[in-house]
Design a protein around this ligand. Structure first.
Ligand code: FAD
Length: 372
């Protein structure tokens, strides 16, 4: 019986292991260093906020998979074994590296406590931490979560973003401005177009120096330990490629397993999907192709918007929604079927409005927020 060892029990590794069993592979071992069973990484924020327990994040070990808790610290691609920090060795016929990413460290001098939100350990540290004055560096999804965490702790919160406006990759200028105002109304001081070269107890921000107890750093990720030059260097050694999204990681993991068990790989999805969240405003983008025309609506006061992009034949090819809980599957069907506006009953495309992860008494989705 062949032995398949999967290193890393994230979305990619878990899916690879599950698919190997489904494909009738021999013994399948899934090794993870973070937690004995796979966890939901997008759910980490809820753990950091203290709104969930670790067990709520557990995804379970797929049937037929043998889970091993530990960190792989050595391996031999020639003699075909991996070794855990405990000294235990496991032999393999095939090894799949699915080690994902780690939080990128701040590149300049750091003389103040910093926190990340990438691993379960980070979420645990945040869940137990208290800060009174907090700054966050990095304007992406995780930066938004760390800013929300600071406000959830009641801290004076500064959010430092290098870009001139929030989420320019997904939003139009006037949508960004509406979102920025909403964030300010949640009590966050947003500093746009600012790049810090050092992190210290006193930060030089526009408008004056700001004292902070700690800084949340969310400036992207770095590969966790699979050097690219290993790819294809030895028979029986495989790797899952980088994936920026949960679904992408699952697909990449499954594809390695499908390849190894002689089955066709999954095609790229026709509709690309991105979902982000900034306090109580979700931004959802579903895209089949670049539109040639786009029409939309913005309620700047409430930071809600909806845009529909069409192709030359008037068919919907992109939907961008802020502050609306789209029924993404229904919208994706519309894009896949190539429907135009007069063929779509619009009301089944939406769910109820958004909530936030702040404590319940701060929920604001249906109430006007106080002025900043
Ligand atoms: C806070 C946060 C929120 C996110 N929210 C979303 C979202 O809403 N939607 C979305 O699509 N994506 C989201 N993402 C991104 C998504 O979680 C990642 O793209 C996805 O988790 C990548 O999966 P992966 O399996 O490739 O890697 P990882 O999730 O990084 O898993 C790799 C695993 O391998 C383990 N490992 C590494 N080295 C070793 C070793 N030597 N021995 C044993 N184990 C090892 C790691 O500890 C880790 O558990 C979010 C990410 C974060 C951090």
């Amino acid at each position: 019986m062949e032995a398949f060892v999967v290193i890393g029990n994230g979305a990619a590794g878990r899916s690879a292991a599950e698919e190997l069993v489904r494909g009738g592979a021999g013994r399948v071992v899934l090794i993870g260093r973070e937690h004995p069973v796979p966890i939901s990484r997008p759910g980490l924020m809820y753990r950091a906020m203290g709104a969930m327990r670790i067990t709520d994040l557990e995804l379970g070990v797929p049937a037929g998979v043998e889970a091993v808790f530990g960190e792989v610290v050595a391996w031999s691609p020639v003699q075909r074994w991996v070794e855990l920090a405990s000294g235990r060795r496991l032999a393999f016929d095939h090894v799949i590296w699915a080690v994902g990413a780690v939080a990128r460290r701040f590149p300049g001098p750091v003389t103040v406590p910093v926190m990340h939100l990438q691993s379960l350990g980070d979420a645990e540290a945040l869940a137990g931490a208290e800060v009174r004055r907090w700054a966050v560096v990095g304007g992406g999804l995780v930066g938004a979560e760390l800013a929300e965490w600071g406000r959830g702790r009641g801290a004076e919160t500064h959010w430092v973003v290098r870009e001139e406006r929030l989420w320019e990759r997904w939003l139009r200028r006037e949508e960004s401005v509406a979102l920025e105002k909403r964030v300010a109304r949640h009590g966050v001081r947003l500093h746009l177009g600012v790049e810090l070269d050092a992190l210290a107890p006193v930060l030089p921000l526009p408008g004056g120096e700001v004292a902070v107890d700690a800084v949340g750093v969310a400036i992207g990720v770095a590969p966790a330990g699979w050097p690219g030059e290993w790819a294809g260097a030895w028979p029986g050694v495989h790797a899952v490629g980088d994936a920026a999204s949960w679904d992408g990681a699952m697909r990449a993991g499954r594809n390695v397993a499908l390849r190894l068990t002689g089955r066709p790989e999954l095609p790229e999805p026709v509709v690309r999907e991105e979902r982000l969240r900034c306090f109580d405003r979700a931004v959802t983008v579903l895209e089949r192709a670049q539109p040639v025309a786009e029409w939309g609506w913005l309620d700047a006061a409430q930071a809600r918007s909806l845009r529909v992009g069409t192709d030359a034949a008037g068919r919907w090819v992109r939907v961008t929604a802020m502050g609306w809980k789209l029924r993404a599957n229904r919208v994706a069907e519309v894009l896949q079927q190539g429907l135009s506006s007069d063929q779509i009953p619009v009301h089944p495309l939406f769910n109820e409005p958004e909530g936030t992860r702040l404590p319940v008494d701060a929920w604001s989705q249906l109430q006007p927020l106080p002025a900043p």
